[in-house]
Design a protein around this ligand. Structure first.
Ligand code: HEC
Length: 121
């Protein structure tokens, strides 16, 4: 019994710790509406690519050599120029072609991620 009783508060405090660390990494609010400083590839960008792009640029089909299945395959496709969304075809082409579009908000998410360095985070 004892170990359990001791483990519980430890788990709770660990969870609380995680929350705090997350909040502390948020930079002071700047003028970018969507960039809360926590846009990440796995959490924010990949789900958008899977939703809008992967049926033509993922499993099975990779039109134009674009494969959005993973960070590695996306970067290897050459459509992302880190820190330069204006030069990134993922934005310039991906925003206005195909049949399932990035919404303005989704596009801003992708743009912010690229301009922040297009990290695999
Ligand atoms: C309905 C299918 C379809 C969907 C959905 C689609 N694409 Fe495409 N995409 C294509 C086709 C077809 C091409 C042209 C391939 C070629 O020129 O050989 C292309 C080309 C591209 C290119 C240019 C590649 C190059 O080197 O010329 C980019 C970048 C691109 N798509 C990004 C996206 C993004 C980002 C999304 C999601 C928002 C998306 N596409 C959704 C079919 C699709």
């Amino acid at each position: 019994m004892r170990p359990l009783i001791f483990a519980l508060p430890l788990l709770v405090s660990l969870a609380a710790c995680g929350e705090e660390v997350k909040e502390d990494t948020t930079p002071p609010q700047d003028t970018q509406p969507v960039d809360d400083g926590m846009i990440g590839f796995a959490d924010d960008v990949l789900p958008l690519l899977e939703t809008y792009c992967s049926r033509c640029h993922g499993a099975g089909q990779t039109h134009g050599g674009v494969d959005v299945t993973s960070y590695e395959s996306l970067m290897a496709s050459g459509v992302v120029v880190a820190s330069d969304s204006a030069a990134s075809q993922l934005v310039t082409i991906g925003s206005h072609h195909g049949s399932g579009w990035f919404s303005a908000e989704d596009l801003a998410t992708v743009t912010s991620w690229i301009d922040a360095g297009a990290l695999n985070d």
